[in-house]
Structure formats: C-alpha cells, structure tokens
Ligand binder design. Structure first.
Ligand code: PMP
Length: 404
C-alpha cells in the first residue's frame, strides 16, 4: 500500500529546513533524494564488501562480484529484459547515449545517413549525434511538436528516408512532461527496418517500462533520477544489436585476451564496461529499484498523477500563469512562467521560502527556441511530495507575483 507518511520517513533530507523554512523539494526532474536503505547500502558496501570485482580469487572480491552481477539481474528484471547480458552499467543516461552514438555510427552509419530525434530532446540526446555528424557526415532530422507539446506523428512518419539509420527520442520530456507515444514510434520505425533508442531518464521513476513489450532496441536511464546515487545508470540493448556494436572504450574488464599483435574483446555485457565499474553504485542502484518495485510503480504513477492533476489545477488559477506542455499523456513535470516575472527571479524568491524548483533552459535550448522563450520555472514531483507542498508552492508563487 502507498503510505506517504512512511515513505517520507524513508528520506531524511525531507526533514531539513532551508532559511528556517521546511524544505519543499520540487526539483526531482534534476535529481531525486535518496531513501535511507540506498545510503545504507553504500555504507554497508564500503564497510563490508569492498574489493575490486571479477578476476579476484579472494573472498571479498567474489562477494563484491556476486553483488554487482546480482544488481545487473535486478535491473534486468526491473526493465523486463530477456537477458542480463543486455544490461550495461554506465555513468548515466548521457554516457549511455554517447556509447550508442559512437559505436552505432561507427558500425552502421556513413556520410549522408540520418538519425531522427525530436524537438523536445535534452542536450544529451542531441550533442552526441552532432559530434558524430561532424566526424562522419551524418545528419539529424527533427520531429516537430504541436502547441500542446506533443510530437507531430505525421511529420515523424514523413521524416524517414532510405538514409534513416536510427530513431533516438525521449520517452518523457524533462520540460513539458509529455509522455511520448513510444509504442507507435517504435512500430513505425520497425516497419521501415530502423532501430529505436529511447531516453528513459524521466520515464523510469514514474511509469512502468517493459523493454520486451515495447520491443525497443536501446533504452537508457540514470540511477540518480530514480532514488539511486549519482554516477551509475543503465544502457539496455537487445543482445543482437549489442553483439554487433564495437566497444566504446578500451581497457581492463572489456577484454578476453591482449597481446601487442591482437586483442580479443570480452563477451557481453563486459565488452562495454572498460575499467573498474562502480560496483558499490550498482548495488545501491539495485536497492533503489527494489525500493520502487516494493512500493509498486503503478501505485507511484497513480499517486503522482493525482499530484500532477492537483498542481496543474491550482497553478492554472494563478493570474498570468502560462504552462508549457499540456499533452494528453503527461508525467509529473510542470514548466511555467508567471506574467513577465523572469524565471530566475521566481526561482530565487521561491528558494528563500524553502522551495526548490529549477529555472532556465533545462538543457533543452532548441525546445526553448521553439517555444519562443529563454527558460521556464520547473516544478517536478516525486513519490514523496504532497499536496501540502503544492499548496506551499502556490502560496509562494502568489507572494512573488504580488511583489512584482
Ligand atoms: N535525458 C533527459 C530527458 C534528462 O532529463 C536528463 C537529465 N536532466 C538527461 C537525459 C541526462 O541525464 P544525466 O545527466 O543523468 O546523464
């Protein structure tokens, strides 16, 4: 059962006061707070389990290896991947997209080839492709968005050509909150024999993701946005694709044998995990995924949907309120501006009231240009937020509005 009081007790930071005011943390799209059991897992890892993994014959090394590989299985089951070989540990979403951009374009793309992205991408799903564009002469095709902040699906279909090699789009927008129609996106791409990468950074903390049901080719996310530590994330890739891709980085762990004449790469998943991995981070990530699974992702979605509905309704009642992103399927992210109050001023003044929101372009400058604005204020919710906190946000905005 979803018991908000118990859940809030799991997150000690929520007890903090900021400038003497109770913390109202509404910057979960940037990063989430960590439950005690995740932090304890890290502490326990370093106190009782710390030894470099794989290759070690001694007890601690074997224990640490088992914990790391168990964490891979937890991530596999969380995403419902067919095999744990399909789960690659990365530093996060950004590294995972860079890995695919680099390895996929090296193996499968040549000058003139195209990648389809959308107008609502985070910079981390734009710039890695631009780096490949400069290196290999590939180009980006961009799916436009509607006024409500949904993808124009007709335009999407018309962007495909003989040269399209990959579709790489976000599952949920970090600015607009739009939950994209990923099943249709994947079906349309697959009809044309084109694989799809989904950026799940803003999706996995909020909605159930089943990579086999989606039939998605690559799916990536960051641990820190789903109650896990920073510096650890997941790249899921269908085994048949990962087998075909060349390694991203070279070094220890990713080799089967090395000589100066010839090096043989290791098998999956190790081929993509050069160097000592963050084996404490991986176990903490697994702990966070188990935490979410125990509460139930569907319970979390239902609770957060209610927060989103309540916050949207109350925000809309504020004079001069403009909300960016009114998609039919929306996750709990609300970007807004009030009258002509600059987003930084709003963010700074809310901060003085203990309310943490994000301001600026949210690493989505092309989207800001599309919306004709420089930035927004963004409130993004997590499973531990409450309607009372939303009330505090509303009172705060009203106070700032009156000051102007
Ligand atoms: N994609 C989306 C949609 C995001 O919201 C973010 C983080 N704001 C990223 C990618 C990048 O994630 P990270 O910085 O953890 O690699």
């Amino acid at each position: 059962m979803f018991d908000i009081d118990t859940i809030r007790k799991d997150f000690p930071i929520l007890e903090e006061t900021i400038y003497g005011k109770p913390l109202v943390y509404l910057d979960n799209g940037a990063t989430t707070q960590k439950p005690k059991r995740v932090v304890e897992k890290i502490e326990q890892g370093y106190y009782t389990l710390n030894a470099n993994i794989h290759r070690g014959v001694h007890y601690l090394s074997q224990k640490a290896t088992e914990a790391h590989e168990e964490a891979r299985k937890t991530a596999q089951s969380f995403l419902n991947a067919k095999s744990s070989n399909e789960i690659i540990f990365t530093r996060g979403t950004t590294e995972a997209i860079n890995l695919i951009a680099s390895s996929f374009s090296e193996e499968f793309m040549e000058a003139g080839d195209e990648v389809i992205v959308s107008a609502m991408e985070h910079h981390s799903n734009i710039v890695p492709w631009q780096i490949q564009a400069a290196r290999k002469g590939i180009s980006l095709k961009v799916i436009p968005i509607t006024e409500k902040g949904e993808l124009c699906m007709d335009s999407y279909k018309s962007l495909f050509s003989e040269k399209t090699k990959l579709v790489s789009v976000t599952h949920v927008s970090n600015v607009l909150g739009t939950v994209n129609p990923v099943t249709e996106i994947i079906e349309e791409a697959h009809k044309r024999g084109v694989p799809v990468l989904l950026d799940g950074a803003q999706a996995v903390p909020h909605i159930k993701v089943d990579v086999q049901a989606l039939d998605v080719d690559f799916y990536v996310f960051s641990g820190h946005k789903i109650y896990a530590p920073t510096g650890i994330g997941i790249l899921y890739g269908k085994e048949e694709w990962l087998e075909k891709l060349p390694p991203y980085q070279g070094g220890g762990e990713m080799i089967a044998s090395v000589s100066f004449e010839k090096t043989v790469f290791n098998e999956l998943p190790f081929k993509f995990e050069a160097g000592t991995p963050d084996y404490i981070g991986s176990t903490a990530l697994a702990e966070a995924l188990n935490y979410v699974t125990n509460i139930g992702i569907d319970n979390i979605s239902a609770y957060e949907d209610e927060l989103l509905r309540y916050a949207t309704e109350r925000l809309k009642a504020i004079e001069g309120m403009r909300i960016f992103g009114e998609a039919k399927h929306k996750s709990c992210v609300i970007s807004f501006l009030v009258g002509n109050i600059h987003h930084y001023d709003m963010g700074m003044l809310l901060d003085r009231l203990g309310i943490a929101v994000r301001t600026g372009h949210h690493c989505a400058e092309p989207l800001m240009r599309e919306l004709g604005i420089e930035g927004t204020v963004r409130a993004s919710f997590a499973l531990y937020n409450t309607k009372k906190e939303i009330d505090t946000l509303i009172e705060g905005i009203e106070r700032v509005r009156k000051m102007f």
